[in-house]
Design a protein around this ligand. Structure first.
Ligand code: TYC
Length: 115
């Protein structure tokens, strides 16, 4: 990854060849950027707008204005992105949305999609 300064994590290995002698060998980078996943919200006719706005603030850390904007986008288009996260974070947020919706008896649906 010669031109990739963001992820330039080549590691040098010092091969032991006795006292005073060493060969520095460059190995391939062992780290990769994690895959990212969009968490998307689906529209329905029953979940109250206020609940969706509250959820976007509570789970996705949106401020009030952004939460209303995302909720209205989902309401008007059928689908919208709440955020982009690594796999485990996205999975946790989807589970939190589904559990809060279920507990409040709303049919709100949320899913994750590989970016
Ligand atoms: N369409 C819903 C209503 O008018 C509001 C809503 C918005 C529901 C976004 C779900 O993901 C959603 N009550």
């Amino acid at each position: 990854m010669a031109n990739d300064h963001d992820n330039d994590q080549d590691q040098d290995q010092d091969i032991d060849q006795g006292p005073g002698v060493g060969v520095v060998q460059k190995t391939a980078p062992r780290t990769k950027r994690p895959s990212l996943y969009k968490v998307v919200l689906l529209n329905d006719d029953y979940t109250p707008q206020e609940f969706v706005v509250w959820l976007l603030q509570a789970i996705f850390k949106k401020d009030a204005e952004e939460a209303v904007r995302v909720m209205m986008h989902v309401h008007n288009t059928g689908v919208g992105i709440c955020g982009v996260y690594t796999y485990e974070v996205a999975e946790t947020k989807v589970a939190q949305v589904m559990e809060l919706s279920r507990r409040n008896q709303h049919p709100l649906q949320c899913m994750m999609e590989r970016e």
